[in-house]
Design a protein around this ligand. Structure first.
Ligand code: NAI
Ligand code: MG
Length: 355
């Protein structure tokens, strides 16, 4: 099992170091190779995603990614900015399925912005299509309007599009995931207004016939946004397009309290994946040793479950994280009165000890 380790910038290096420590105590045989990405790669090689880093990522079974970005790169041309490395990896590895679990740990219920009874026990999985939709659809651009409300005015346009196979493969990913959970898929669309999402709804319904053991329901995206805060525990697996998924997954993240707790996975058709925390490089706290490493440690657990076929090891990590939280240890982002404040390294050490 070969893992490409791409720590990146800011807190990326600090949190990935803790996840590597955790992987190393599992008694599994890994080959881990580290490479530069993002601003760190730009400094060394003049490009955020050097050929050698991309090659390593492609050859590996899985990629463990930290985070990239820093305000100091804001003035660079767009193709040289650290964030382009994330888009480049998604595109080059064909990572079309993005998994964003939103789990509310019992110990952190009070950190949620919702009432405790609404989020206690919350465990939902948002599956976002990651390589299609209006973010990538052509044509797009700017022009002078020929018609519409203001002919002759400057206008901009994007194209929302999905093909049947694109929808079919993400739907299968969702039904397969639901089979391993509570067997309930909610497909989120806007079929009442958009042709793209009428096709989405039709195809998801057809694929659903292959999964009679899984309950399928459909919800319009505006209603889904409401239900996520009204009765989040209604959901099990949510599957949706790139743009709706972008927005809903951030909304769901906040139900759980801190972004420092949330892992993510992006998978391609052969099951190869990139695993990373949902947050960014947090330049405001970088280098201080206070970042929460749990999102990255939990991303490593997802990597073991989804790509490396080691569900037992994944479970050990997840139970260790729960144990550490139950023992009262908290990094600054999840700290509350009465708990014990620890830094990045102490949190990683505690997870290692719990395993
Ligand atoms: P951010 O997620 O880096 O930080 C938002 C806030 O959450 C900050 O106050 C930060 O201190 C806090 N935070 C984030 N992760 C934390 C952790 N593990 N422990 C404790 N606190 C944590 O988002 P922001 O500030 O919008 O972006 C910072 C940089 O990260 C930008 O350059 C942005 O482009 C980049 N970014 C990179 C991503 C990636 O590498 N996949 C994703 C999102 C942003
Ligand atoms: Mg987003």
């Amino acid at each position: 099992m070969k893992i490409a380790i791409l720590p990146g910038d800011g807190i990326g290096t600090e949190i990935v170091a803790e996840a590597v420590k955790v992987l190393n105590v599992l008694d599994l045989k890994f080959e881990m190779e580290t490479a530069l990405v993002g601003g760190a790669a730009y400094e060394a090689h003049g490009h955020p995603l050097p050929e050698s880093t991309l090659k390593l990522a492609k050859e590996a079974d899985a990629v463990l990614f930290g985070a990239v970005g820093d305000w100091k790169y804001d003035k660079l041309d767009r193709p040289l900015r650290p964030e382009q490395a994330v888009l480049g990896l998604r595109k080059n590895l064909g990572l079309f399925a993005n998994f964003r679990p939103a789990i509310c740990y019992d110990e952190l219920v009070s950190a949620s912005s919702l009432k405790p009874e609404l989020v206690a026990g919350l465990d939902i999985l948002i599956i976002r299509e990651l390589t299609g939709d209006i973010y990538f659809g052509q044509p797009r651009g700017r022009r002078t309007a020929l018609d519409g409300h203001f002919p002759g005015a400057e206008e901009a346009f994007d194209t929302m599009r999905y093909s049947r196979p694109e929808i079919e493969r993400i739907a299968r990913v969702a039904f397969e995931a639901a089979r391993k959970r509570n067997k309930h898929v909610t497909s989120v669309d806007k079929a009442n207004v958009l042709e793209t999402f009428q096709l989405w709804k039709d195809v998801v319904t057809e694929v659903g016939k292959d999964y009679p053991d899984v309950t399928l329901d459909h919800m319009y995206v505006d209603n889904a946004a409401m239900q996520l805060v009204k009765q989040p525990k209604f959901f099990d697996v949510v599957v949706t397009g790139n743009m709706f998924g972008d927005i809903l997954s951030d909304e769901a993240a906040m139900l759980t309290g801190s972004i420092g707790m949330l892992p993510s996975a992006s998978l391609n058709a052969s099951g190869q994946g990139l695993y990373e925390p949902s947050h960014g490089s947090a330049p405001d706290i970088a280098g201080k040793g206070v970042a929460n490493p749990l999102a990255t440690i939990l991303s490593a657990a997802m990597m073991l479950r989804f790509t490396l076929n080691q569900p037992d090891a994944a479970g050990r990590i997840e139970r260790a994280v729960k144990h550490v939280l139950a023992s009262g240890l908290r990094t600054g982002d999840i700290w509350s009165e009465g708990s014990t404040r620890v830094g990045t390294r102490e949190m990683g050490d505690a997870v290692v000890a719990a395993i």
